[in-house]
Design a protein around this ligand. Structure first.
Ligand SMILES: [Zn+2]
Length: 175
């Protein structure tokens, strides 16, 4: 099995218990640990919450929504909002890395940090840099190439200049 196949295999195992058609679920809330099984055993997640991992994941609320886009942490109460369309159709590796990224924001929220501090642009906000650095570290550990990580980082609403700033901050500008 090649390194990339192995990455895909591990992530698919983690995400395999997702309902086949998430679109069938109404706009409702579930508990993270009930839906995303075994994330409490993922080293990258334990690296965020330490001994509180199981406790946090069994209290974290996830809302499946018809929002456009991907996923985010609600700044009012710290729950995770996930686009149903993204979860159903998105690339599994991207979804996995996004979950790691958002769980960093959950921790930041628990620490009382302002997640959407308007004094900073998105790609320069300290909470974003921290979350991106952490999920990129996980992507590298899984064996993803810098090119693949750059594909992951690029989003349609980011300018080329912002994208370069972000890629530089997480050290994936070079091949
Ligand atoms: Zn973020």
């Amino acid at each position: 099995m090649s390194a990339m196949e192995y990455v895909g295999f591990r992530i698919l195992r983690l995400l395999r218990k997702l309902p086949i058609n998430i679109l069938g679920i109404g706009n409702r809330k579930v508990i993270f640990a009930d839906f995303f099984k075994n994330f409490d055993k993922v080293e990258a997640v334990k690296g965020i919450f330490g001994d509180k991992t199981s406790d946090v994941l069994s209290h974290l609320t996830v809302e499946f929504s018809w929002i456009m886009g991907y996923m985010y942490v609600d700044g009012s109460d710290g729950h995770l909002v996930i686009s149903k369309n993204y979860l159903n159709n998105g690339d599994k590796t991207d979804i996995y890395l996004d979950l790691i990224h958002e769980l960093c924001h959950v921790k930041q929220f628990m620490e009382g940090k302002e997640l959407f501090d308007p004094r900073y642009d998105y790609v320069e906000r300290p909470t974003e840099i921290e979350a991106y650095r952490y999920c990129v570290q996980e992507a590298k550990r899984l064996g993803l190439s810098n090119e693949r990580i750059r594909c992951y980082l690029w989003t349609e609403w980011m300018s080329e200049n912002d994208f370069k700033k972000l890629a530089k901050s997480v050290n994936v500008l070079s091949a």
